[in-house]
Design a protein around this ligand. Structure first.
Ligand code: 5GP
Length: 188
C-alpha cells in the first residue's frame, strides 16, 4: 500500500523516544514523522500542529464520529489518534514514514499496514524511567503513577515488536534507530 515504508515507534512514556526521534530527523531530513492528535494539555514548548494537534474532547469525539482516524486509543486517561489524512499526506511521497504510537496503536496499524516495521524503545530500567518522569517536572504525581503502571504493561508487550532498542546511551540508541530507518531503500 503506497510507496513509503511505514515504521511504528513505541516506548513507555519517559523512555526518551522524542529525543531519539528528533536526533533521527536531523540526520535523515527526509524522514516524515506523522503528527498525532491528542486531548492532553500541551507541555511547555510544545506547539499545536508540530508536536501534536491539540484537540478538546468534543473535537476528538467528532473526529472519531466522522471516521477521521486511522487508529485512536485512550492512553493515560487521554485520547490519542493518528488522522488518516496525516498518513495519506506522507504515503504518496517516496520515503520513510514514522508513526509514534502506544502499543494499542501499533497493533491497529499492523492490521492496516502488515508490512510495517515496529520498533520498541526501552529505558535501561523502570527505576531510571521513574526518575526521568519525575525530573521532567511536567507530570503531576497521579499522572506519573499512571504512566509507570502503563510502562510496566507496555514492557510486557515488547515481544510483539520487530526491533528493540535499549536507551541507556542516547548516542548509541539514536545510531541504532537511524540504522533501522535506513534499511528502507527509499530512506535518505
Ligand atoms: P505523551 O503524552 O507522553 O506525548 O504520549 C503518551 C503516549 O501516547 C505515548 O506512548 C505515545 O506513543 C502515545 N501516542 C502518541 N500519539 C499517538 C497516536 O496517535 N496513537 C496512539 N495510539 N498512541 C499515541
Amino acid at each position: 500500500m503506497g510507496r513509503g515504508l511505514v515504521f511504528v515507534v513505541s516506548a513507555p512514556s519517559g523512555a526518551g523516544k522524542s529525543t531519539l526521534l528528533s536526533i533521527a530527523r536531523k540526520r535523515l531530513p527526509d524522514l516524515a514523522v506523522t503528527v498525532s492528535a491528542t486531548t492532553r494539555q500541551p507541555r511547555p514548548g510544545e506547539k499545536d500542529g508540530v508536536d501534536y494537534y491539540f484537540l478538546s474532547r468534543e473535537e476528538f469525539r467528532k473526529a472519531i464520529a466522522r471516521n477521521a482516524f486511522a487508529e485512536w486509543a485512550e492512553v493515560h486517561g487521554q485520547f490519542y489518534g493518528t488522522f488518516k489524512s496525516e498518513i495519506e499526506r506522507h504515503i504518496g511521497q517516496s520515503g520513510t514514514i514514522v508513526l509514534e504510537l502506544d502499543v494499542q496503536g501499533m497493533q491497529s496499524i499492523r492490521s492496516l499496514y502488515p508490512d510495517m516495521v515496529s520498533i520498541f524503545i526501552v529505558p535501561p530500567s523502570l527505576e531510571e524511567l521513574k526518575s526521568r518522569l519525575i525530573s521532567r517536572g511536567t507530570n503531576e504525581e497521579e499522572d506519573i503513577r499512571l504512566r509507570l503502571a502503563n510502562a510496566t504493561r507496555e514492557m510486557e508487550a515488547q515481544s510483539e515488536f520487530d526491533h528493540i532498542i535499549v536507551n541507556d546511551d542516547v548516542e548509541n540508541a539514536a545510531t541504532q534507530l537511524v540504522a533501522l530507518f535506513q534499511t528502507s531503500p527509499q530512506a535518505s
